[in-house]
Ligand binder design. Structure first.
Ligand code: G16
Length: 542
């Protein structure tokens, strides 16, 4: 039986950088998840009888919302839902399933790298038929619907058994429970030289992969250990837990410090990696060297032709605006297009669909390619393994040779988390107001060459996205960027991105914060970060 339930709108359901993210108790309010899911469906057209992919990263409240989504999909007229067993689907695996099965779209339940648990974060996002995050036009329509919703449709049937692989019928709709790993693992096998990687492991290559008790555990176990023959124990913390074991599933130097310490220690394995809550981010650490996401993007792009899936070369490279310019130098040398987009994977979708870019990346630990329409943590790890296997050199050697060829982009991000929203807005507002006056002024011995509030003109569909972050460029190519995060769930997070280009190999081993000290000071002089936030230091430095 299908019911129409009357409801009233919530005014806080504006999707952020990737979907709607809130604390679990917010999502547990009456009709909150239902309102948002109905608002998604109401923003779509032509899905009657079509297929919808549903899955999540296994966090607290995942299973409950999966049941709601299945019942609402049936009531709204979908013909079939495809659900990852146990409610599990990594974000890139969901993207692949949508594409492979030519589904109408997918609902992914995740708050990515944010913590999980009864008082932590939850999220819902919608991916379109290209497998990518809903474009801005669609998220705007969803938000508009949340403001005027008056009812939602839901079917009444017993909870579906999502723990058994089977195809059943519920509410007049077909429900197919699939293994979350199989199709994804096959895709990886089609892109990378598994034989070469297998030989490398067989030859004693040691690796550590930390799944952080999040979604990539089963994927890493199957691909790294079962298919590539890495020793048992290579994948750690591989059972997805609703609260991620009480940890923050964010693969950075703060939350994966144990991995960093191990990789810098005397008995370090050859290669270390980690992924986040929903499996789309990656952390890459070579023996004795951390590789920044911006550098990793450049190095993966420069060496991608060593993997079978990319042997014909790249069509182009894309990076988000705050990501360092290291990849630009690779694109220039290759003679391929380089695209600078706003933060948010959704902005890569058009470039990938149009065949203008093959590899994309972001400073926020996201790298991916045209194989899916999401960033993909394990993909990045496997491409690194493929490159290491073919080149037969250490990660550290590959990095230092890359810097010698292209120069080094010193790069760091400083996050000020949970800043009062009005204070953060005041900082950005004041900075915006003085942008025009900045060029030509001198700060800490450096001259500002240009300053603007980044606006993106999509070369494919002509859409314009404004206010995507403030860029202050100095003569000589250094820059600082300031923007407010679109993924936080309490207060505002101010991000300061700092970058300096150093061509001279004799100056490639300076401590990063030291190399950037003047720029960090200049950013504070210009934007008044300490004054506005009331903080002496950032919450997180990566
Ligand atoms: C999301 C987006 C990314 C973006 C990141 C950081 O990642 O998918 O494209 O770079 O947020 O955004 P912000 O700086 O606004 O917090 P994820 O992994 O959270 O889905």
């Amino acid at each position: 039986m299908t019911r129409t339930v009357e409801t009233t709108p919530y005014d806080d359901q504006k999707p952020g950088t990737s979907g709607l993210r809130k604390k679990v108790p917010v999502f547990q309010q009456k009709n909150y998840a239902e309102n948002f899911i109905q608002s998604i469906f109401d923003a779509l057209e032509g899905f009657a009888g079509k297929e919808l992919v549903i899955g999540g990263d296994g966090r607290y409240f995942n299973r409950e919302v999966i049941q709601i989504a299945i019942r609402m999909a049936a009531a709204n007229g979908f013909g079939r839902v495809v659900v990852g067993k146990g409610g599990i689907l990594s974000t890139p695996a969901a993207s692949h399933l949508i594409r492979k099965r030519k589904a109408f779209g997918g609902i992914i339940l995740s708050a990515s790298h944010n913590p999980g648990g009864p008082h932590e974060d939850f999220g819902i996002k919608y991916n379109a038929d290209n497998g990518g995050p809903a474009p801005e036009k669609l998220t705007d329509a969803i938000f508009a619907n949340t403001r005027k919703i008056s009812s939602y449709r839901i079917a009444d049937f017993d909870p579906v058994d999502i723990d058994t692989i089977a195809t059943t019928e519920a509410g007049g709709m077909t429900v197919e429970i699939v293994d979350p790993v199989t199709d994804y693992a096959a895709l990886m096998e089609s892109l990378f030289d598994f034989d070469a990687i297998r030989r490398m492991f067989a030859g004693g290559f040691r690796m550590r992969f930390d799944a952080m008790h999040a979604v990539t555990g089963p994927y890493a176990k199957e691909i790294l250990e079962n298919r590539l023959g890495a020793p048992d124990g290579t994948a750690r913390n591989y059972h997805p837990l609703p609260d991620f074991g009480g940890h923050h599933p964010d693969p950075n130097l703060v939350h994966a410090k144990h991995l960093y310490d191990e990789m810098m220690g005397p008995d370090a394995p050859d290669f270390g990696a980690a992924s986040d809550g929903d499996g789309d981010r990656n952390l890459i650490i070579g023996k004795g060297i951390f590789i920044t996401p911006s550098d990793s993007l450049a190095m993966l792009a420069a060496n991608a032709h060593l993997a079978p899936g990319y042997q014909d070369g790249l069509k182009g490279i894309a990076r988000s605006m705050p990501t360092s310019g290291a990849a630009d130098r690779v694109a220039e040398k290759m003679g391929v297009g380089m695209y600078e987009t706003p933060t948010g994977w959704k902005f890569f979708g058009n470039l990938l669909d149009a065949g203008m870019a093959t590899i994309c990346g972001e400073e926020s630990a996201g790298t991916g390619s045209d194989h899916v329409r999401e960033k993909d943590g394990l993909w990045a790890v496997l491409l690194w393994l493929n490159i290491l296997a073919v080149r037969g050199e250490s990660a550290k050697d590959i990095v230092t040779k890359h810097w010698t060829t292209y120069g080094r982009n010193y790069y760091s991000r400083h996050d000020y988390e949970e800043v009062a929203t009005d204070r953060a807005n005041a900082l950005v507002g004041e900075l915006r107001a003085k942008l025009d006056a900045l060029p030509g002024t001198r700060v800490r011995g450096m001259t500002i060459a240009a300053a603007d509030d980044f606006a993106y003109h999509d070369p494919v569909d002509g859409s314009v996205s404004e206010h995507q972050g403030i860029r202050i460029l100095f003569e000589g190519g250094s820059r600082v960027v300031l923007r407010l995060s679109g993924t936080g769930t309490s207060g505002a997070t101010l991000r300061l991105y700092v970058e300096r280009y150093e061509p001279d190999p004799a100056r490639h081993d300076i401590d990063t914060q030291e190399a950037l000290a003047d720029l960090i000071g200049a950013a504070d002089d210009i934007a008044g970060i300490r004054g506005h936030t009331g903080r002496d230091a950032p919450s997180v430095i990566t």
